[in-house]
Design a protein around this ligand. Structure first.
Ligand code: HAS
Ligand code: CU
Length: 561
């Protein structure tokens, strides 16, 4: 083949799938945010081991500025950008419809503009308000408007994916939505239901407040609106990983998806139960009647069920793969899985971490146990094995095949990618061990414990062992970050182009046509299910929110940093 024909082939491929470039832009921007955010992480782990490195990092004015950057970039920015890439590209390819490029690029640029605004606000130390930005702490308006633009862009992408499914359904009235598209669209619908609280908080309260248009905000109302979105946002981070666990990983394992119906049911349950549970973040808040807290606690148990279904379906799907590869006996299929493939291994390690994340979550959600762990390091312990590993390590695993797929560049090194995945997994498990354990010793979260005031010296001496364990994890994770980004950048900047045959294809686990009949047809009536989700939300939130809106106690802003 001459260089000319190669070039023509490449141009044709790009024209056939122009959505590859926008997907890559979303992914790369997300991972760039993760690089900065994750590099701050080891400082925080070492903080808990009593090692204060903040004075050696002159660009960070305080522990709290570092923590805000870490949380905003990793949990809010990395996830949202990566998700907009993943669950735009996968459903569009599965349904074989080309997205409207002008629309999705506009969403991307809007989000990038928002990221720059919020990023500058935090980097210049005007907005060290953490990723929960509770009033009366007051950040710069650029922070709030920037984050709102990021959310708005994500809704543009989500709305478009919903529209693509609508077009697909029009052309295929006898078929059920293909499974990956189904899961993606349900995730976007869930996000639309979930985002309302945050949008109201930003548009009617925080933005006008930070601009000086209104004098005060009621902290209790703001917290409640925040957690209305703040819980389901964790499923917005998790469900795209589930899309891969159900829709792609079984194929990578050499197996298949064992149950299409259970997969759909699990996603529908997330649509219904993700949002009416936010009070489980506010069990210790005044102003919310205990009965409502208890109801949200019980609803949280409901939203645990689809994850238990997922554990069953995904494990069974992997088992088929392991047995097809020659595994025998009860556990003999496990060593037969393709552990040499980094794209696969990263995601299975992510699943294993989530067993612990889920167990901790159930403890958090228990009305009476929560008081033991709330506002201690237990909570960051929990969310580093959920969003920090189940989600992040899955996205890393996806990147190991998707970036070569999008760019036609070879993966820099599967071996290094395996090392990065294992180190991330081990580092996060050790971190979670240290943080959960310290939490049980009442060490507070979000505390600059390596720089305690004179009268508090030794206050957490009892937690010395888990504090040390946490510090070790920071060192392991530092190497994991370096290795992962070596692989990612090495892949992006590779000189060699893969041939068409060498380029990884999308590993669809299920490529059969599902007829739109019976229970599947019922599950496919998404507008009905969205309406049902709204009804549950109204029942769970209206009485308390109406009361809070009518009895506001606005307070002025504070800047404590
Ligand atoms: Fe959570 C706090 C309850 C899931 C993230 N959570 C947080 C915070 C974050 C977060 C960021 O009820 C802190 C917010 C803050 O800053 O204050 N969480 C839960 C519950 C679940 C849960 C019940 N959380 C998540 C997920 C997250 C996440 C997912 C991110 C992605 N969480 C809470 C509560 C709090 C909380 C309270 C407030 C605490 C407080 O006091 O402040 C459930 O969804 C968990 C269900 C999960 C399971 C596990 C299923 C296992 C699976 C893996 C199977 C493995 C396989 C591998 C197949 C039941 C699916 C097999 C492989 C082989 C090789 C054998
Ligand atoms: Cu929650």
């Amino acid at each position: 083949m001459t260089t000319g024909t190669v070039a023509v082939g490449r141009v044709r491929a790009a024209l056939a799938h122009p959505e590859k470039r926008v997907t890559l832009a979303f992914l790369v921007t997300g991972f760039a945010a993760l690089l900065v955010g994750a590099l701050i992480g080891p400082l925080q782990a070492l903080n808990y081991a009593g090692v204060d490195l903040y004075s050696y990092v002159p660009i960070l004015a305080s522990y709290y500025q570092g923590l805000t950057l870490h949380g905003v970039l990793n949990a809010l920015v990395f996830t949202t950008f990566a998700i907009c890439g993943l669950i735009l590209y996968l459903p569009a390819r599965e349904m074989n419809i080309r997205p409207n490029m002008t629309w999705v690029w506009s969403a991307y640029w809007l989000m990038l503009g928002g990221l720059l605004m919020a990023g500058i606000a935090v980097a210049t130390n005007t907005s060290s308000v953490m990723y929960t930005f509770y009033p009366p702490l007051m950040g710069h308006w650029g922070f709030y408007i920037g984050l709102t633009l990021v959310v708005l862009g994500s809704l543009m992408v989500g709305g478009h994916v919903i529209h693509l499914r609508y077009m697909w359904k029009r052309d295929h009235p006898d078929q059920a939505t293909p499974i990956v598209a189904y899961m993606s669209v349900v995730t976007w619908y869930m996000w639309f239901v979930a985002v309302l609280g945050l949008v109201i908080e930003m548009v009617f309260f925080l933005i006008p407040w930070s601009l000086g248009i209104i004098d005060g905000v009621d902290p209790q109302l703001a917290r409640t609106l925040f957690w209305y979105t703040g819980h389901p946002i964790v499923y917005f981070w998790l469900l795209p990983a589930y899309v891969s666990w159900y829709g792609l990983v079984p194929r990578q394992a050499g197996g298949e998806l064992v149950s299409d119906g259970l997969a759909r049911l699990a996603f529908l349950m997330f649509l219904l139960f993700s949002t009416p549970v936010g009070f489980h973040h506010q069990f210790t808040d005044p102003g919310i009647p205990a009965a409502w807290k208890l109801i949200h606690s019980l609803m949280t148990m409901m939203v645990g069920i689809p994850s238990l279904l997922t554990a069953f379906t995904v494990a069974a799907s992997l088992e088929i793969g392991g047995r097809r590869r020659g595994g025998r006996g009860v556990f003999g299929w496990i060593p037969k899985l393709p552990w040499g493939n980094a794209a696969f291994t990263a995601q299975v390690l992510a699943m294993i971490s989530f067993i612990f994340g889920g167990a901790g979550g159930i403890i958090n959600a228990s009305f009476n146990l929560n008081v033991l762990v709330h506002n201690t390091t237990w909570v960051p312990g929990h969310f580093h094995v959920t969003v920090g590993t189940a989600t992040t390590l899955t996205f890393m695993g996806i990147a190991f095949w998707l970036v070569p797929h999008l760019t036609r560049k070879p993966l820099f090194s599967n071996r290094l990618a395996l090392w990065a995945s294992w180190l991330w997994f081990v580092g996060m498990m050790v971190f979670a061990l240290g943080m959960h354990w310290q939490g049980l010793q009442s060490v507070p979260r979000r505390a600059h414990v390596s720089n305690l005031a004179e009268n508090l010296q030794g206050a957490y001496a009892e937690a010395a062992v888990p504090a040390f364990v946490t510090g070790i994890s920071g060192v392991i994770l530092f190497f994991a970050v370096i290795l992962f980004f070596t692989v990612l950048l090495g892949t992006l900047f590779a000189r060699r182009q893969l041939t068409e045959a060498e380029t990884p294809e999308i590993p669809w686990a299920q490529d059969v046509v599902i007829h739109n009949e019976g229970i599947t047809k019922f599950l496919d009536r998404l507008v009905f299910w969205v309406a049902a989700a709204f009804v549950l939300v109204i029942i769970a939130y209206a009485p308390v929110l109406i009361d809070m809106f009518l009895n506001q106690v606005p307070v002025g802003g504070l800047r404590l940093w």
